[in-house]
Design a protein around this ligand. Structure first.
Ligand SMILES: Cc1cc2nc3c(=O)[nH]c(=O)nc-3n(C[C@H](O)[C@H](O)[C@H](O)COP(=O)(O)OP(=O)(O)OC[C@H]3O[C@@H](n4cnc5c(N)ncnc54)[C@H](O)[C@@H]3O)c2cc1C
Length: 341
């Protein structure tokens, strides 16, 4: 479970397409720094609307194809104008070819049967994330680049945290600035999406600079020793490395509220910070588009990626409705990338 901070366009997207009415995000109304032994210092009064990935994912799924989850067991009713929506699992796009002036053929590998089938498409939207196949086909030289630092991450249920630490963290996004590194903490909904005090979760990140050589060890899986590329998933971080990280936090020491959370993390994970920016977003005369993380990858502490994906999706809607041309669509999404950078 990890947090996601909604930005302006993500909120606008939800105002157009979210069919639930109840709130699903925690509201922090200020940013503060914390130094050990000193009271927190508020440096910015700003509303940050933060939810969890699980909550956002299940909410969108529920609206998209009526998927009933633990978080949203009762999907909203469909309306007369809804078209069919299919969320296909275990399928991977392995090729895209232009078969006629107006049509693309998408080859899809079914991982359950190992069969490849073809789908004819008027429009292919490459929303296939930072390791996008679509981007690799059209822009093979645009690749994720390591920027020199990583995030040690984890979450702790609010119920396991002392009242004094809760009081410091719940209303704010909190930072501890250290020499060439920093920690950040914010509150996200609980596993079932709850925003009730005591049922929420504290989300912790500690950014540290690491050389490419050091990553060989840091990214090694605790159980089978294979080298993860960009994320060591929760529960797979090497135990000796995590112990060393916690010991470093005690030695420094981190400010007491941060340290309390750090030592209580049960299933840490590691995220390597990478980025890239594509110079083009539309191909095959507008029949293939790149959006979201497939188009451009931001560093996580900017918290802009989700809002970029929402902006791009809203622009696709305008393009499909013929309110903007392909050229305007591409200019819009590429300008947005530059604007947020
Ligand atoms: C740990 C973590 C924390 C984050 N925190 C924040 C945050 O606080 N705020 C924020 O704004 N953003 C955050 N992000 C970024 C955010 O997750 C992405 O910006 C967002 O998910 C982008 O959506 P997307 O649809 O473009 O790509 P993804 O969410 O990556 O979705 C891509 C999808 O395409 C599928 N796919 C990939 N290749 C193929 C293929 N060949 N064929 C078929 N399907 C394929 C994948 O399985 C996946 O389902 C975070 C990311 C991580 C990893």
């Amino acid at each position: 479970m990890a947090g996601v901070c909604l930005g302006y366009d993500a909120e606008f997207y939800l105002s157009q397409h979210d069919r639930f009415l109840h709130d699903f995000a925690h509201r922090s109304n200020r940013m503060q720094t914390i130094t050990d032994g000193e009271p927190p210092r508020i440096f910015l009064n700003i509303l940050r609307i933060i939810t969890s990935w699980d909550t956002l994912y299940y909410r969108l799924r529920s609206c998209f194809d009526g998927y009933a989850s633990k978080v949203y067991p009762a999907p909203p009713p469909s309306t007369k104008t809804d078209g069919p929506a299919v969320y296909d699992f275990h399928k991977q796009v392995v090729n895209i070819t232009r078969t006629s002036k107006d049509e693309m053929t998408v080859s899809v590998l079914n991982h359950d049967t190992s069969e490849i089938s073809n789908i004819e498409a008027d429009l292919v939207i490459g929303a296939d994330g930072p390791d996008s196949f679509v981007r690799s086909k059209y822009l093979p030289n645009v690749k994720r680049k390591y920027v020199g630092y990583i995030a040690w991450r984890g979450t702790v249920p609010e119920s396991e945290v002392s009242m004094s630490t809760r009081a410091i963290f719940t209303r704010s996004v909190s930072l501890q600035l250290l020499h060439l590194q920093h920690c950040i903490m914010y509150t996200i909904p609980g596993p079932s999406g709850s925003l009730e005090p005591g049922e929420r979760v504290f989300n912790f990140l500690w950014y540290t600079n690491e050389s490419e050589e050091a990553l060989e060890q840091i990214m090694m899986d605790e159980f089978d020793s294979h080298r993860h590329h960009n994320i060591v998933p929760a529960g797979h971080v090497r135990k000796d490395l995590w112990k060393a990280r916690v010991d470093a936090g005690k030695r420094m020491p981190l400010a007491a509220p941060f340290l309390e959370i750090l030592v209580k993390i049960q299933r840490p994970f590691i995220q390597v910070v990478t980025e890239f920016c594509s110079p083009h977003a539309a191909f095959e005369e507008g029949r293939v588009l790149l959006i979201g993380d497939a188009l451009s990858l931001y560093r996580p502490h900017t918290a802009f990626s989700g809002t970029q994906a929402a902006f791009d999706a809203l622009k696709v809607e305008q393009y499909v409705d013929r309110k903007i041309s392909c050229q305007e669509w591409e200019e819009n999404v590429l300008s947005y990338v530059i604007f947020l950078r």
